[in-house]
Design a protein around this ligand. Structure first.
Ligand code: PEP
Ligand code: MG
Length: 916
């Protein structure tokens, strides 16, 4: 049997976009649902692939035969003949693959015109001007897209005639002028291609079909597919749509327009769009004449407007989706030329989802599935006005979404000061450290020239919901000179800059912002998501303020409270430093005794805010040197202090000598000493102790060194203090009748013995606290899984741990042996560009490697402890594709930064609906 390459709109399967392309499939759907579409047919993507795979680029041998057969049917439907002088049929030729894809061939209109058919058309319409206008458009479009003639050659010829005719507007050209233009255009083509313009409509059609097929492999289309990761499974080859021409420019009873079935800006249920009387489609787009809003048609063409509203209703009830459609009215008859799902902003998507459910048009599953979870980001952060024409001066990594403007400030102390004085500040650093935290609080956003998406700046900014652009390597930050250099541009302290943490762009000056909108529609939609989802969604939140925000975004608990942020508070840092530099257990305990009530208050606050939801607290994780200043800074400071001590001693000598010289003079001059040298000695001693500690704590690779549970086991007092603070806070809450569920989580674990030791401390302190308060406290004990060995030993670990939480930031680092801090701006972009790795594994969970480890660990953990609670708290916990994977391997919850909680809730619902 012969292969079928061509399907009429009446027979093609409207669901088969792979075969017929999106446009073709939709035209089949429209035709078959009784909506008036000009007759036509689709040549399949299979024909395209067969042509492209042929070394001589010949069309499948029977393709043109099939095309001709279908053309006969179109001729019959239109009562016109293709290529005949009498009542000629003209067609449009359009590309269309399974995915809508700019970069492929543009539409060719009016194909089939030549001197003969033109005469026929003039005879039919009695409108010479219209016909020459159609002809000149055809020659140019065909010349450009099918024969490769540059547009400028046509434009030059066109302008020449306009000049001769002394007109400025195309509309003022007469039929004669247009006839001259056609003549000139034919010469342009002949000169450029060294061949006459093809006269035979069948030849025109064959050339056009080949041109559409070739455009699939055109540079623009290939680049587009690469950029947007369109794989052959998603779209392979382009279809060709051949459609009978209908004319919106035939008379004043004709028109052309574009419409949205609802307002794509707000989602309001009103028709939206524009039209032009007596015009062809491209006039609306080209902006030559100003179109009118569709609402005006109600007065101008009331009968047609009624039909248009019926068309709108049919489109929505058929496609169950807001449609973006094109139409033409030829002599009072309305045709729908094309339709596709309307692209809308997030506000409109959410509103239309909720309203379409209320109208009974779609069900809740459809309402949830039609919104890509990441889209909600637009609603959760202030963002840059998309209409800005300002150009970025640099690009970094989109590390924490949202837009922010402010004055550039190059150190955290000044940022804090300026922030408190009411200035909007962007903290600009080479990279940030825990001691910069107060600068984060006071800033609108953070810009760093080093570090990746899981760098300190990125993680902290995301946790706070502040925009951050990280690793903007095109920027050289000079903190000492308080300036940043970007190519020729210099940003000095105090200059206004804008960062876009959603794209990584950096602007000089202020770009207007659009506010975040957490609407009641969004609340409704997310409540539906929670009904459908199986995964729970927790937040990563470290402070009471974070916890409040997490609740606002609908978090069902806290999945990760990183206690190091509490240590970094400027009021506490001195105590933390005392604890670190302590030489004896007693000295360390003295400092810890001061920290205990502070931590207890933090936990009590967080528990009360989140009650009755669970709160997972992770004991201290980072290497402790991170709380101390850097070695060079201490060396510089000690140097300055020693010089000062010398000067002070000089002043003391001067003062003593003056007193001695003038001792009998009651009004003798006095020398003031500005500081007490003893105090200075004490300060220098402290700094020297810090320096010696910094040196003794130095590690070649701190991220793989003395941190997490290893640190906890070396300094048991630190973990004991934290455990006591958690349990006492829980006891105080219980006493006040607050229902709390603390969970203690141990970081960086690799053996069950590590867990076992800490668990013994927990049991001992638990008993002490229960005895002291005279009540029972429930508290569970669990482990992070962020070390490869921990995953491999999950079966053993589960004997000690009641729950697991995958720390996929570290687990990704450990599985790939890629440094979290360096990979993202050193070699990962090159890896992605060259397809060595498809995605950035610190952003999109590497399902094949890291995911495999997770899957095994879940299975093994639950062998020991059936139904064990297992979650994820790395950055992947807020990424939709990773969430789908977490659902598939049976995790209990995902935990992510607060502003991603709504995105995760929607993604969790998607995963549940898709898996049935
Ligand atoms: C992790 O490693 O995924 C994690 C959550 O811990 P952190 O990012 O604090 O190391
Ligand atoms: Mg970690």
């Amino acid at each position: 049997m012969e292969k079928k390459w061509v399907y009429s709109f009446a027979e093609g399967d409207g669901k088969n976009k792979q075969l017929l392309g999106g446009k073709g499939a939709n035209l089949c759907e429209l035709t078959q649902s009784g909506i008036r579409v000009p007759p036509g047919f689709v040549i399949t993507t299979e024909a395209c692939l067969s042509y492209l795979n042929d070394p001589h680029r010949t069309l499948p041998h029977d393709l043109m035969e099939q095309v001709k057969t279908h053309l006969r049917s179109v001729e019959e439907a239109m009562h016109r003949r293709f290529g005949e002088k009498k009542k000629p049929l003209l067609v449009s030729v359009r590309s269309g693959s399974a995915m809508s894809m700019p970069g492929m061939m543009d539409t060719i209109l009016n194909l089939g015109l030549n001197q003969d058919t033109l005469e026929g058309l003039i005879h039919d319409t009695g409108n010479e001007r219209f016909c020459y206008d159609a002809y000149r458009r055809f020659i140019q479009l065909f010349g450009k897209v099918a024969l490769g003639v540059p547009d400028e050659l046509f434009d030059e010829a066109f302008e020449q005639i306009k000049k001769q005719a002394q007109v400025t507007q195309d509309i003022d050209l007469s039929a004669r002028d247009l006839k001259d233009i056609c003549k000139k255009f034919l010469q342009v083509v002949e000169r450029y291609t060294a061949k006459p313009f093809p006269h035979d409509p069948n030849e025109q059609l064959e050339i056009a079909i080949k041109a559409v097929f070739n455009s699939w492999m055109g540079k623009r289309a290939v680049d587009y597919r690469r950029e947007f990761k369109i794989t052959p499974e998603m779209a392979n080859g382009t279809a060709v749509n051949i459609v009978a021409m209908v004319f919106g420019n035939m008379s004043n009873n004709s028109a052309t327009g574009v419409g949205f079935t609802r307002d794509p800006g707000t989602g309001e249920n009103v028709i939206f769009g524009e039209y032009l009387v007596n015009a062809q489609g491209e006039d609306v787009v080209a902006g030559i004449r100003t179109p009118k809003p569709l609402a005006a048609m109600a007065d101008e063409m009331p009968g047609i407007f009624k039909e248009l509203m019926e068309l709108r209703n049919s489109l929505e009830s058929h496609f169950k989706e807001v449609q973006d459609f094109e139409f033409t009215i030829e002599e009072g008859v309305l045709y729908c030329l094309q339709t596709r799902n309307g692209k809308m902003n997030a506000t409109a998507m959410v509103r239309t989802s909720v309203e379409m459910v209320h109208e009974g048009l779609i069900d809740k599953n459809q309402a949830l599935l039609r919104i890509k979870p990441d889209m909600l980001e637009q609603l959760l952060f202030p963002r840059l006005d998309p209409h800005t024409d300002m150009q970025p001066v640099a690009k970094g990594l989109a590390a924490s979404p949202g837009g922010a403007s402010g004055i550039a400030i190059f150190d955290a102390d000044r940022a804090e000061k300026m922030g408190h004085n009411g200035h909007k500040v962007i903290l600009v650093r080479e990279e940030t450290k825990p001691e910069d935290i107060h600068g984060f609080f006071a800033s609108q956003g953070i810009l760093t020239s080093r570090g990746g998406k899981t760098s300190h700046a990125a993680v902290v900014a995301r946790g706070m919901g502040k925009p951050c652009v990280a690793g903007a390597e095109g920027i050289t930050v000079d903190v000492k000179l308080r300036q940043a250099i970007i190519g020729e541009v210099r940003i000095s302290e105090g200059d206004i800059i804008t960062i876009d943490g959603s794209t990584g762009a950096v602007y000089l000056g202020e770009v207007p912002l659009i506010d975040a909108e957490f609407s009641s529609d969004l609340v409704t939609l997310l409540s539906w998501a929670d009904e459908k989802a199986r995964l729970l969604v927790m937040a990563n939140a470290d402070t009471p303020a974070d916890a409040k925000r997490a609740l606002k975004f609908g978090a069902m608990g806290i999945g990760l409270c990183r206690t190091e942020r509490m240590f970094n508070d400027p009021a506490r840092l001195p105590i933390v430093i005392d604890m670190i530099i302590a030489d004896t257990k007693e000295e360390r305990e003295k400092a810890l005794d001061k920290l205990l009530p502070i931590q207890r208050d933090d936990f009590k606050n967080i528990f009360s805010i989140m009650a009755p939801r669970p709160v997972t607290i992770r004991l201290l994780d980072p290497p402790i040197h991170e709380f101390l200043p850097q070695e060079q800074q201490l060396i510089d400071e000690i140097d300055i202090l020693r010089n000062l001590r010398k000067n002070l001693r000089g002043l003391r000598v001067l003062s003593d000598t003056v007193s001695f010289m003038y001792q009998n003079d009651p009004a003798h001059p006095k020398v003031l000493t500005p500081a007490d040298p003893e105090l200075l000695d004490a300060v220098i001693l402290k700094k020297e102790m810090m320096l010696s500690k910094v040196r003794s704590l130095h590690e070649v690779n701190p991220m793989l060194g003395h941190r997490g549970v290893r640190l906890g086991l070396t300094f048991p007092e630190i973990y004991s203090m934290q455990i006591r603070a958690i349990l006492e806070a829980a006891a105080e809450c219980r006493k006040e009748g607050i229902d709390v569920h603390p969970e203690i989580m141990i970081p960086q674990v690799c053996t069950a013995q590590e867990l076992n030791r800490v668990k013994e401390w927990v049991a001992e302190i638990h008993k002490q606290v229960e005895d002291a308060y005279g009540l029972k406290i429930s508290c569970s004990f669990g482990s992070m899984l962020e070390v490869v060995r921990a995953c491999m030993r999950a079966e053993n670990l589960a004997e000690e741990a009641e729950f697991f939480s995958f720390g996929t930031n570290d687990l990704t680092q450990a599985t790939f042996s890629f440094s979290r801090e360096d990979a993202e701006n050193k070699f990962l972009p090159m890896y992605n560009m060259n397809h060595i790795l498809q995605d950035n594994p610190f952003e999109v969970l590497d399902v094949k490697g890291v995911g495999k480890l997770m899957e095994l660990a879940v299975q093994w953990g639950r062998t020991t402890r059936p139904g064990m609670k297992v979650g994820i708290c790395g950055e992947h916990g807020g990424h939709p594709a990773s969430i789908e994977f977490c659902h598939q391997i049976g995790l209990t919850y995902v935990s992510c930064s607060s502003p991603r909680v709504p995105i995760a809730r929607l993604a969790a619902a998607h995963a549940a609906i898709k898996s049935g």
